[in-house]
Design a protein around this ligand. Structure first.
Ligand code: NAX
Length: 327
């Protein structure tokens, strides 16, 4: 089988330290697909990248055929079929959201261009680095030769967090919770949709108290990332890596009949009337090989509608702040 080339940026960071080993173990593309890993980080972390490379070598993964490391995006993205854009600048002390957007925006201008020039034309891209929706919008705008549908921003971790909370509350296993949708931005305004979620194949709202769903459930999911930081002293890493694997796998493999998953995608021609030219999380269904559609016709009641308007407004404000980086 031909090797699939997979880029991971932020290769020396904590999410990558879990993600790379999952990919090399076959968790992303399966037990028969040989892979090459292309790791990108900043020049000052090339030494650390070499250390990660040594550890990957020492795992002697049967599927791992090659590891490339570097700090030149165009070189590292050469011929890649998948790109996990994880690397981003963390928010520093006293830094405002708009500063973070501007700083990280520049990274995603460069990486969008590099993907456009060097990646395989059928590359599928998952942006994890925050603010991931708007970073993704910037990357796609700067990759004019790649279809915008090739770009996704990750809300899979939020989806998984939603599944766990519903399962715990209903006292069932997580495998009994399906159709968990996240609408909008991967931020504290995100909308975890309990209305369309299912438990044992039936509506979650039939089993769980609506008041709890509207208040505690929504708030737990919106604040879960901050809660992990408070407990661990560091942001989510292994669960983020697990979600990244699940997110690109969901796009690559056909979605089981009647199911869907959440992914933040380009809003052009979306069936929910969300403003165009945003990257917004929707329920999606894949036909395999990265060919996906937004699932139409989900019920949106007045509660969800109001929350969706808030997350849309936030994304429009983010877009205004990076307008100069969009083509
Ligand atoms: P770390 O700070 O551990 O690692 C980030 C790595 O990216 C560092 O090694 C850094 O040198 C590198 N980097 C910075 N600028 C780069 C550039 N221009 N090119 C290549 N590499 C660059 O962060 P980590 O915990 O791994 O998190 C990475 C990103 O994921 C953060 O932006 C974080 O906010 C985001 N997250 C997104 C989540 C999501 O659900 N979408 C959840 C988890 C996580 O918070």
């Amino acid at each position: 089988m031909k090797i699939k080339r997979i880029a991971v940026t932020g290769g020396a960071g904590q999410i990558a330290y879990s993600l790379l080993f999952r990919i090399a173990n076959g968790d992303f593309l399966g037990p028969n697909q040989p892979v090459a890993l292309h790791l990108l980080d900043l020049p000052q972390f090339e030494g650390a990248l070499k250390g990660v490379q040594m550890e990957l070598d020492d795992c002697v993964f049967p599927l791992l055929k090659e590891v490339k490391v570097g700090s030149d995006a165009e070189e590292v993205f050469g011929g890649v079929h998948y790109a996990f854009l994880v690397g981003a600048k963390p928010r520093g002390p006293g830094m405002e959201r708009k500063d973070l957007l501007a700083d990280n925006g520049k990274i995603f201008v460069g990486q969008g261009k590099a993907l456009n020039n060097a990646a395989s034309k059928d590359v599928r891209v998952l942006v994890v680095g925050n603010p991931c929706n708007t970073n993704c919008l910037i990357a796609m705008h700067n990759a004019p030769d790649l279809p915008r549908t090739s770009f996704h921003a990750m809300t899979r971790l939020d989806q998984n967090r939603g599944v766990f909370q519903l399962a715990q509350k209903a006292n069932v296993h997580t495998t009994e919770v399906t159709h968990m949708t996240i609408w909008g931005n991967h931020s504290a305004t995100q909308v975890p949709d309990f209305l369309n979620a299912k438990i044992h194949g039936g509506p979650a709202v039939k089993l769980l108290d609506r008041k709890w769903l509207e208040t505690e459930f929504v708030s737990i999911i919106q604040k879960r990332g901050a809660e992990v930081i408070a407990a661990r002293g560091k942001s989510s890493a292994a669960s983020a890596a697990n979600a990244a694997v699940g997110a690109l796998k969901a796009i690559t493999e056909p979605t089981p009949h009647g199911q869907w998953f959440s992914s933040a995608v380009y809003t052009e021609n979306n069936p929910y009337g969300i403003d165009e030219d945003l990257v917004f999380s929707f329920p999606c269904r894949s036909k395999g090989q990265g060919d996906f559609e937004i699932v139409k016709g989900l019920e949106i009641d007045s509660f969800l509608k109001e929350k969706i308007a808030i997350t849309q407004k936030e994304l429009m404000e983010e877009r205004d702040l990076v307008r100069g980086l969009l083509k």
